[in-house]
Write a protein that binds this ligand. Structure first.
Ligand SMILES: NC(=O)c1ccc[n+]([C@@H]2O[C@H](COP(=O)([O-])OP(=O)(O)OC[C@H]3O[C@@H](n4cnc5c(N)ncnc54)[C@H](OP(=O)(O)O)[C@@H]3O)[C@@H](O)[C@H]2O)c1
Length: 324
């Protein structure tokens, strides 16, 4: 992962939206089992997912599976709080108080002794960066977390954290969790380029399928029981179900057919083709989805430069970099 010694599987499995809301203990047990048996060694979670219930569910599965704790990694993220509308001041954000308390709560819910990776789920402009970096360093020294990272921070904010870490001889963030998929590319392919070359952050990218849009399942409307059909997710549906995005997805289907694979498999393989992607976090509500998505590793070698160019020509989403 970036410049650290930690090895993450190139595909990982996360619980946003799905755990507790869509899938129960028995399905989560089955899906985490399939992931683990196929080499996945990173499970992603956050305090805010299902207001803590996602961590509780993952914790119950991890306990039942009784896998060797040294064989997998698990994360949590703090910022949004776990109490929803009841969040009080100090129950959200990146203050030392919340980072420490959210860490303790995540450890209890996940039933583990330490988090392998602890993310700042968003930047917090109200907290001095020195407070964040010192807190993470202390949590590492206490053995409660092993690595820390950022999620959706700007390049400048990440570099500020590294500056503060270097100034005080502390451990800076070693991984960023940005959104990255065929339709959302700017942070990974443009904004962070200098950072990859200097401090060398790893990335655990999220929504490789743009919440499912890149499977093609929404090409002709919204299927029942799909994410965009869920109550309370209109904001997500409205973000993705727009003509210029759907038309790009439709165009990609030809290339997937040519390789005799699904669009989901192709779209995930495209993400992990980027050498700056450490791991793509998969989301899945069904066994069939997960098995299809794990096939991305088989398609990866077929993504030659020529194929990548044809994909770019179709989607036209490659960020324009300044000419030198
Ligand atoms: N740091 C952050 O801010 C942040 C934000 C979002 C996510 N994340 C992390 O990233 C993980 C992955 O994100 P994501 O869930 O948005 O990933 P995604 O791959 O973009 O979307 C996953 C969803 O798409 C549908 N799907 C997946 N594979 C499919 C297939 N083969 N065929 C048909 N439908 C399929 C399923 O939803 P339905 O079956 O319900 O349609 C599934 O839950 C999350 O679990 C979380 O750990 C982090």
């Amino acid at each position: 992962m970036g410049k650290t010694g930690l090895q993450l599987s190139v595909l990982s499995y996360g619980s946003w939206v799905t755990f507790h809301k869509q899938i129960d203990d028995s399905i989560a047990d089955e899906l985490m089992g399939i992931a683990y048996d196929n080499g996945v060694n990173f499970f992603d979670n956050a305090e805010a997912y299902a207001l803590g219930e996602s961590e509780r569910l993952m914790g119950r599965v991890l306990k039942k599976k009784d896998w060797d704790r040294t064989s997998y990694t698990v994360s949590s993220k703090a910022f949004f709080g776990s109490r929803g509308k009841a969040n009080k001041p100090n129950q959200t954000g990146l203050s030392r108080k919340h980072l420490v308390e959210a860490c303790h709560e995540a450890l209890q819910r996940l039933q583990v002794d330490y988090l392998d990776i602890y993310f700042c789920h968003r930047p917090d402009k109200t907290v001095p960066i020195e407070e964040v970096v010192w807190t993470m360093n202390i949590l590492i020294q206490q053995g409660k977390i092993l690595y820390w990272g950022t999620s959706e921070w700007s390049g400048v904010e990440i570099m500020e954290a590294h500056r503060a870490a270097a100034q005080y001889g502390l451990i800076g963030p070693s991984v960023e969790q940005p959104q990255y998929n065929l339709l959302e590319r700017d942070k990974v392919e443009n904004e962070y380029l200098t950072i990859f070359n200097t401090v060398g952050m790893g990335t655990t990218i999220w929504s490789p399928l743009a919440s499912g849009l890149l499977t093609g399942k929404y090409n002709d409307g919204i299927p029942e029981n799909s994410r965009f059909a869920l109550e309370g997710f209109d904001w997500l549906k409205d973000q993705w179900m727009v003509d210029n995005k759907l038309s790009k997805v439709r165009q990609l289907s030809d290339i997937a057919r040519e390789f005799d694979t699904s669009l989901a498999t192709l779209a995930i393989a495209w993400c992990i083709k980027n050498p700056n992607v450490t791991t793509a976090i998969l989301g899945a509500t069904k066994k069939e989805q997960l098995l299809q998505n794990l096939k991305a590793l088989e398609i990866l070698p077929k993504l030659t430069q020529e194929v990548m160019q044809r994909i770019d020509d179709k989607v036209q989403t490659k960020p324009k970099l300044p000419a030198f």
